[in-house]
Design a protein around this ligand. Structure first.
Ligand SMILES: [Zn+2]
Length: 241
């Protein structure tokens, strides 16, 4: 379905039962080069509550926005039509694409970054993702985090975000199981790059980004488990069945 935000629209419910509000913002532009969305970028807001975020994205002075903001109670605020370029990704790169805003739909999840994501919020996110993926033919590998495209600069949606659960729902991918290997930074980088991590960042920033999503809580230098994750990324897939 095609969202048509308009001021004063009454709240409604999607098929998934999630509360929808439409709050248009002027903070968007044309997708450059006629690009259609092939990615969905997940963020956390690092702010408490939904309304302050919606006001922030509605203020032209911030030059920031997202297509959707999802509150902790599962409320979905529609702010930018999907055919427009929202301003959420900033500098970075994924699969060689440096203008991620033109190539993506951005979703902000209300979360300060230091607490779990609420079940109602995750349920709303899953419904939202299914719709966006259907409308644009985006597969599970196209659902990424801000930290994936901007290693060393961004850490959202953070270590508390349940990427494995999203992969079990078919809405993201997870590395296949692979054996541990001797640490090899060049090989690790090559594998991560083939998965999509193309931002030109130091080894430590790349390792931190991969761990944040696939080995949250892991520390220390590159190890055999990191190598296994990187090997498993080559044919990562949803965790179905
Ligand atoms: Zn972000």
């Amino acid at each position: 379905m095609r969202w048509k935000p308009g001021p004063g629209s009454p709240p409604g419910r999607t098929g998934g039962g999630d509360l929808i509000r439409e709050v248009p913002t002027p903070n968007h532009g044309e997708r450059r080069g006629g690009v259609v969305p092939s990615l969905i970028v997940l963020h956390y807001t690092a702010m408490a509550g939904l309304d302050p975020v919606v006001r922030w994205f509605g203020d032209p002075a911030t030059e920031l926005s997202a297509h959707y903001v999802v509150g902790g109670d599962g409320t979905v605020v529609v702010m930018v039509p999907e055919d427009r370029r929202a301003w959420h990704a900033g500098a970075g790169s994924w699969m060689g694409c440096a203008d991620v805003n033109s190539a993506s739909v951005g979703i902000e999840l209300c979360n300060r970054g230091d607490h779990p994501f609420a079940a109602a919020q995750m349920a709303a996110l899953r419904g939202l993702l299914r719709g966006i993926m259907d409308r644009h033919g985006i597969g599970p590998a196209g659902v990424i985090g801000h930290s994936d495209l901007a290693p060393g600069r961004k850490i959202d949606p953070g270590a508390r975000f349940d990427w494995r659960g999203l992969a079990r729902s078919g809405l993201a991918v997870w590395p296949r199981a692979a054996p541990r290997e001797a640490p090899d930074p060049a090989r690790f980088r090559d594998r991560a790059r083939r998965f999509g991590y193309t931002a030109g960042v130091p080894d430590a920033a790349l390792l931190a980004a991969v761990r944040l999503r696939f080995r949250p809580g892991a520390g220390g230098p590159l190890d055999g488990d990191d190598m296994a994750v990187a090997a498993g990324l080559i044919d990562a897939a949803p965790l179905l069945g």
